[in-house]
Design a protein around this ligand. Sequence first.
Ligand SMILES: [Mg+2]
Length: 255
Amino acid sequence: MQKRSSEPKASGRVPTVDAPLFFLDYDGTLAPIVDDPAAAHPHPAIPALLRDLAARHPVWIVTGRDLADVETFFEQAGLLDLRLPAIGLHGTQEGVLGNGAESLASEEATQALAERRGALPPLEGVEVEDKGHAFAVHYRAAPDEGVALGALRDWTEEMPEALEAIWGKKVVELRPRGLTKGTAVRRVADRHPERTPVYLGDDTTDEDAFEALADEAEAGHAVTVRVGGGATAARYRLGGPADVARYLRRYVEEA
Ligand SMILES: [Mg+2]
């Protein structure tokens, strides 16, 4: 018999709920993934649908991008008048599309970021990428990667409590600790106790939100949907933005 343990979780027809509180990831959920991130326009069915949905229910946009970035797409799609609330930078930013955003990072974390940045050892070929309330240090262009890696490891050893270092492929990112899409969703959901969170996303960082909502989803008090493949803590799954649009349309037609 074939081993099924690696089979991704989540199946069955995604249910609709009476009083939804929508959390919709942008890239890969409302907009198809494209090679050029600057050309990630919403799926053609999405603009009219968001207008219909937002007239009936609270709709939050959730993204790993800076909100100013997503705002551009909403402006081009003629949606800024909806003034949709949004979570940016994987949970470290909150705002309203068309009306600015603020950092959720503590004063302590902001200061610690500036301090760590100032203490970055001078290394040849190392590039710093600014991400607003986080920054990434790339060392792939360093003439001696081993030396760069060693120096960066020493540098992250003295990490202040308020920050975390996330290592990736030839990059280390410093960001405020404990601010994720999960903490953001928890906070917003607590403001709307009468509503049922409905969260759709396709990113690794959306898993933080699926986990934050897992108990409610299990009890039928939240709907969590992973868009696309991959292992997930979400209860349900949809294929891509076209399926997302079909699912969300049911809230307009069945209402
Ligand atoms: Mg996404």
